[in-house]
Design a protein around this ligand. Structure first.
Ligand SMILES: Nc1ncnc2c1ncn2[C@@H]1O[C@H](COP(=O)(O)OP(=O)(O)OP(=O)(O)O)[C@@H](O)[C@H]1O
Ligand SMILES: [Mg+2]
Length: 335
């Protein structure tokens, strides 16, 4: 692609420092045909990111095949990945390729990869190791050259810790990683995104241009956006379609989403526990968030992180272990 930077800037709206770092990272890693693991809360743009990596790579004229791992039942996973030959089972009336065959030469996007069943994880691991697969019903191996991009909005390290996700598979998929920041950490970008979505939807629905009232903008910037960019886009679309005036006041947002309400909602499950349990849960969650933050700040340098935290390195290391935090996971965070 001739003008990679323009393509990225047009696709990904945002100029906050955290977001620019991510865009530059996508730009850098796209051309190398290695697996990429994309992390981020729901609606932060993980699929957009996977598509961008594909479009910027030398594989762009080959297929981009996306599957949602959570939607495939365990019994069908091998069929979905590897396909089958005629007669492999009662309903198999002809040969049918799986996603690995369809994505040959291109990119296979495994969305919600953390939901892949144990059987699916083993099958995928075998394919990655051997670069070959056997469709159901035959012993003949086939070769497919696919670049795998995975995404998750789950806490994958906890899942590795509990044995739900295989560590050996994780290390093979997590060669390059991209962490999309939640919208609440990109306060500066909200105005830009809001303008972008307002123009886009006014165009699509042929509605005269609208602007946001400054107070409404402040509310947008205060809200924590659990559904991230998707939630912002939908909130604005609703307002654009319903508002009778050229100015958007977003009164609904104001009443629905005050900061206090969100904090209360987050704490509510704790109020159902006894005091000791509630305190224990809060401390555990604080510890994990605190460690996670320090590790991100220091790009996984345990000595530096312990120093920042004012604790001994050994004690800090013990805490990391207790919470199942893996040092290498943080290596790509900018210090
Ligand atoms: N920075 C951005 N600029 C413009 N649009 C964006 C940006 N980030 C996300 N979007 C848009 O927000 C919507 C959600 O993005 P996407 O589907 O990629 O999120 P996701 O992280 O895959 O979410 P989920 O985990 O729920 O599947 C899409 O319509 C996407 O085009
Ligand atoms: Mg998605």
């Amino acid at each position: 692609m001739k003008n990679k930077s323009k393509y990225l800037a047009d696709l990904f709206i945002g100029q906050s420092t955290v977001f620019i770092d991510v865009i530059q990272r996508i730009d850098k890693i796209a051309e190398f045909s290695v697996p990429v693991f994309v992390y981020g809360e729901t609606g932060t743009g993980k699929e957009l990111c996977a598509q961008a990596i594909h479009n910027l790579s030398r594989r762009s004229n080959k297929p981009f095949v996306a599957i949602n791992c959570g939607s495939i039942p365990d019994t069908l996973i091998e069929n979905e990945l590897f396909g089958h030959v005629k007669g492999a089972y009662t309903d198999a009336q002809s040969n049918s390729g799986g996603v690995i065959a369809h994505a040959d030469g291109g990119t296979l996007f495994l969305d919600e990869v953390d939901t892949l069943s144990q059987k699916g994880q083993v099958s995928l691991l075998r394919f990655i190791q051997e670069k070959e697969y056997k469709p159901l019903g035959t012993n003949q191996p086939f070769h497919s050259d696919v670049r795998i991009i995975c995404a998750t909005n789950a806490d994958i390290l906890s899942k590795i810790n509990t044995g739900e996700f295989r560590q050996d598979l994780f290390f093979r998929l997590n060669i390059m990683d991209v962490h999309l920041p939640p919208l609440r950490d990109r306060g500066q970008d909200i105005e830009l995104l809001a303008e972008y979505f307002i123009n886009k939807h006014c165009d699509v629905y042929n509605i005269p241009g609208k602007t946001i009232h400054p107070d409404a903008l402040k509310n947008l910037q205060r809200y924590s956006w659990p559904g991230n960019v998707r939630e912002l886009e939908h909130a604005l679309l609703k307002e654009i379609l319903l508002a009778d005036t050229p100015t958007l006041y977003l009164n609904n947002l104001e009443s629905q989403y005050t900061k206090q309400q969100q904090d209360l909602a987050q704490m509510k499950p704790l109020f159902d526990l006894d005091f000791r349990e509630a305190k224990e849960k809060t401390v555990m969650s604080f510890e994990k968030n605190y460690l996670d933050n320090m590790m991100k700040k220091t790009a996984g340098n345990v000595t530096k992180a312990a120093e920042l935290a004012g604790t001994e390195r050994r004690a800090f290391g013990k805490l990391l272990k207790k919470h199942g935090l893996i040092r290498s996971y943080y290596a790509s965070f900018a210090c």
